[in-house]
Design a protein. Structure first.
Length: 273
């Protein structure tokens, strides 16, 4: 039995409904013949050339990434540009590319659910609901109270290692029970947080927004690397596809998760303790 690109796309879009994506986003199939057969799907955060090379090395004929290859209009996919080179390499090797971005952020389980699980949260609700059971970010209570420091240590132990590292703002010894999380860049949600939230875990927090939040609330912030937080979603998404299209499902697809750190941050100089 052969599984096709179209069937894999259909399975992914049952989990990550395209209509859940933000208006500005560009999700879906980027390249690949829908009728082509798929045997192995590689999951990655970024659609960059090193990941395409990894797909070739592991024998993947489809890549699923979180970030889109193209978010704005383009006039050329010439291989003289980095993204054009990705397109050419994919097509010349018969590898399909599919992106699940904000639809995977807003779905349940989705990107922020993986980060919530890494924090040890059980039941959560969306910080910014977009309908029943879906929305942006997650908030919930830890089964047992901890501290900002201990939660940071826990995240450091479960997130993939990065040069960027984890940054903390606020009192390291402050008690933590209620935790809000948002995979990726989450400072747009600072104003939406429940006042009962003890700490907010997200990425790409900017100076002024973080400072204003600290001054207004006295609560803590944990800034995790954007790439690492979203990487947590990859095993979850791969397991879902295994369930849908692998041995336990209707197909014969196998999956793997990229091991390449595609974060733009490649060095860390200065104080580390
Ligand atoms: Zn992201």
């Amino acid at each position: 039995m052969t599984t096709t690109v179209e069937q894999v796309v259909s399975a992914l879009e049952q989990r990550y409904l395209p209509e859940l994506a933000s208006d500005w986003d560009a999700v879906g199939l980027v390249c690949g013949d829908p009728s082509a057969s798929v045997q192995h799907v590689l999951f990655s955060v970024d659609p960059v050339l090193s990941v395409v090379d990894e797909a070739l090395a592991v024998g993947a004929d489809m890549i699923v990434t979180h970030h889109p290859l193209f978010l704005h209009g383009v006039h050329s996919v010439a291989p003289t540009t980095p993204r054009g080179r990705v397109v050419h390499t994919l097509i010349s090797h018969g590898i399909a590319l599919y992106c699940a971005h904000t639809n995977a952020d807003h779905a349940r389980p989705g990107v922020s659910d993986a980060l919530a699980e890494a924090c040890g949260l059980g039941a959560t609700t969306a910080i910014d609901p977009a309908g029943e059971q879906v929305g942006t970010g997650r908030v919930g209570d830890l089964p047992e109270a901890t501290t900002v420091r201990e939660l940071g240590d826990r995240l450091a132990s479960v997130l993939p290692a990065t040069e960027h590292g984890i940054r903390i703002a606020g009192d390291l010894d402050a008690p933590v029970r209620r935790v809000a999380v948002c995979g990726g860049a989450g400072d747009s949600l600072l104003e939406s947080l429940d006042p009962a939230v003890d700490v907010y875990v997200t990425g790409d927090l900017r100076h002024h927004r973080a400072q204003d939040y600290l001054l207004a609330t006295g609560k803590a912030l944990i800034d995790v690397p954007h790439w690492a937080a979203e990487w947590l979603w990859l095993p979850q998404a791969a397991a879902s596809l295994d369930e849908d299209m692998g041995d336990g499902g209707a197909g014969t697809v196998t999956t793997s998760v990229s091991t390449i750190d595609t974060s733009p941050w490649s060095a860390h100089i200065g104080r580390t303790s």
